[in-house]
Design a protein around this ligand. Structure first.
Ligand code: ADP
Length: 619
């Protein structure tokens, strides 16, 4: 009774599984058809291989035994011996062909499995790179990304794993009909025994599958955190900090904690699954005893020949295997699809920002912040409050303020990495939400504080072109000259072709902090966008190099609009206006000369404190 109730409860959740299975299958069939139709042919090959194997198992032994039995009861030896030899030849040929076809199918399918793995990985990383920036720090999105990655790979077996499972079901259905037909003719009573046995085993397997899926969902988060502690912080990016702060013990302790949590989860899963394995084994034993007993009884009564008996025994096992195969296959398929479904959920992960269609006009652009306030997602605290500012086209604006004042956040809002919580940002009088994302991003060349260079050649790091776009050599060199990196770059082993970092090339180069920053500035200059934003671009430069950059600033950005965040206030002299961020808003605004004279002004105070550093350099 309790088991029945459990089954009903499980069935109520079934539609969710059916929906996931249907959607995933549709996607998998479509992608297989689009990318490699040949895989369908390979499954047909495997089907034929299987059918030949069944012929060898079911029919040929019966024919052979019937011939031998005929001889043993005194029939014509030469005729029956001749037949027996033909059946033996058929058996050998069927076995051989079945193995050859099966091997061809399997080896090719294994190859295509890797092929599809790559395709799905591209899709996944494409989505990760294109999704709204704010999702990259959203734990829910990151968990989903992890589930997608694991779900579409070894948990589901990918495209080939899922197709293999589907075609196994089709094969087993064909085998089931063949076996049922044999029983209808030879011993129909075995059928209900098989069906009840299969029903029970399927139910027990279904319960096991539910347990496994629930633990997979829990494991997604644990694995992500575990991976972070064990692999990501072990990467070169964190190398200096982990060593200098001796954080390896802390990291390995944390990793062990999460490692134990996943071991515990697996232990719990194994214990629960084991109970259902015992029940399944018992149901199998009862089924065998009843079926074989009944077949033996009919043979002894003379109702079946020895050949029929052999065939029915083989058919009993094939029927059960096929029914079990169908039951398991359906569960396995829905399980695989529910894992792979996480990949589709990730591909469909909703945008956080509304998307507009409007094109950006050519030429110069005026920027306006209108009563802008902002809180980061999942935070209740305002980081910016009532910010109002207009930046005319071609104007150079310097933004200053203490750490945490909201300067970078201001830039992120302007670049629309986040949407404002209140107010509006306008470009040329139009709310930026109305612009098409792709068009809008073309407006900005930004060097963020935490800019990243990639393990490509220096040239590619500057040009960052798409594979189908040709790099403009002259422009790359010009950008490197303007940022002051050119002289260093041509001295590298392979010049501009030198790969950065040593991750993929042992001859790769590690640029100094200052050189990296110059490379990032070159990248922004190469983009040649109408609005240039430099967020503390000179922090890693020595005062002389910094001064050189400032002197060239007008040439660097030409007549474009420029926004420039710096802690070194000497740079502000080069700008048309200065906005001083404090208390979550713009507290002072004006030219350097105006602000420096302001009594008790924040800027004046900051400038006085720093001025001494630069007197010698600038003079
Ligand atoms: P600044 O560039 O002036 O140093 P930021 O704009 O980086 O300041 O940060 C302003 C405030 O916003 C800080 O209190 C910081 O902790 C918070 N903050 C920055 N980034 C995030 C984020 N991704 N999520 C939540 N809070 C953030």
């Amino acid at each position: 009774m309790a088991a029945m109730r459990a089954m009903f409860e499980e069935n109520e959740k079934r539609p969710e599984f059916i929906k996931m299975t249907k959607r995933t299958l549709k996607y998998i069939f479509k992608i297989a058809w689009k990318e490699k139709k040949i895989v369908y042919l390979l499954f047909v090959t495997k089907f034929i291989a299987g059918a030949l194997g069944e012929l060898k198992l079911l029919l040929l032994p019966k024919l052979l035994i019937d011939e031998v039995e005929a001889i043993s009861i005194g029939a014509d030896v030469s005729t029956h011996l001749h037949n027996a030899i033909i059946y033996i030849a058929f058996t050998i040929a069927a076995e051989f062909l079945s193995n050859v076809l099966s091997n061809i199918g399997d080896s090719k399918l294994n190859y295509y499995s890797t092929f599809f793995d790559r395709i799905l990985t591209y899709e996944l990383s494409g989505k990760s790179m294109e999704m709204d920036f704010q999702h990259t720090e959203d734990p829910a999105a990151l968990d989903q990304q992890n589930k997608a990655k694991e779900g579409i790979s070894w948990y589901s077996g990918g495209v080939i794993g899922i197709l293999r499972c589907f075609f196994d079901i089709v094969y087993n259905i064909a085998l089931m009909f063949t076996s049922v037909t044999l029983f209808v003719f030879y011993c129909p009573l075995v059928l209900p025994v098989q069906i009840i046995g299969m029903g029970l085993v399927t139910y027990f397997n279904y319960r096991k599958q539910k347990i496994a899926y629930e633990s997979f969902l829990k494991l997604g988060k644990i694995n992500r955190v575990f991976g972070y502690y064990l692999f990501e912080v072990a990467s070169q990016k964190y190398g200096k900090d982990t060593r200098l702060y001796d954080s390896s013990t802390l990291m390995s302790d944390r990793a062990t904690e999460y490692g134990m949590e996943s071991v515990e989860l697996f232990r719990e899963r194994a214990t629960k699954c084991c109970r259902f394995d015992y029940r399944s084994n018992f149901a199998n034993a009862v089924r065998d005893a009843l079926s074989y007993g009944y077949l033996g009884y009919r043979t002894l009564r003379g109702l079946l020949s020895l050949g029929d008996f052999t065939m029915c025994i083989a058919a009993t096992s094939r029927l059960f295997q096929s029914l079990l195969g169908i039951g398991r296959g359906i569960q396995d398929l829905s399980e695989k699809c529910s894992y792979a479904y996480q990949f589709l959920v990730y591909l469909d992960y909703p945008d956080a920002l509304s998307k507009g269609e409007r094109k950006v006009s050519e030429g110069r652009h005026e920027i306006e912040f209108e009563n802008v306030s902002f809180k980061y997602p999942r935070s209740d605290e305002y980081v910016l409050k009532d910010v109002n500012i207009k930046i005319k086209s071609g104007e150079h604006l310097s933004i200053v303020g203490l750490n945490g004042a909201g300067k970078t956040t201001f830039i992120k809002l302007l670049c629309r990495l986040y949407d404002v919580s209140e107010g509006r940002i306008l470009i040329d009088g139009v709310d930026i939400k109305e612009y098409s994302e792709e068009e809008y991003r073309k407006l900005f060349a930004v060097v963020f504080q935490d800019f990243q260079l990639f393990a490509f050649s220096l040239r590619d790091n500057v040009a960052m072109g798409r594979a189908d776009e040709e790099t403009n050599e002259e422009k790359v060199e010009e950008a490197l000259k303007l940022s002051g990196l050119y002289e260093d770059a041509i001295k590298l082993d392979k010049g501009l072709d030198t790969r950065l970092f040593k991750s993929f090339d042992e001859n790769g180069t590690e640029l100094s902090g200052g050189q990296r920053q110059k490379a990032a500035i070159s990248r922004a200059l190469y983009k040649d966008a109408p609005i240039v934003i430099l967020d503390e671009p000179t922090a890693a430069l020595d005062p002389l190099a910094e001064y050189e950059i400032y002197k060239k600033f007008d040439t660097l950005v030409g007549g474009k609009s420029a926004i420039y965040i710096s802690h070194r206030l000497s740079s502000c002299k080069f700008c048309d206006h200065i906005a001083v961020f404090s208390d979550k808003t713009i507290k002072e605004y004006g030219t350097h000369d105006e602000l420096v004279k302001k009594e008790n002004g924040i800027y004046a105070e900051m400038f006085a404190a720093q001025a001494q550093y630069y007197v010698d350099v600038a003079s």
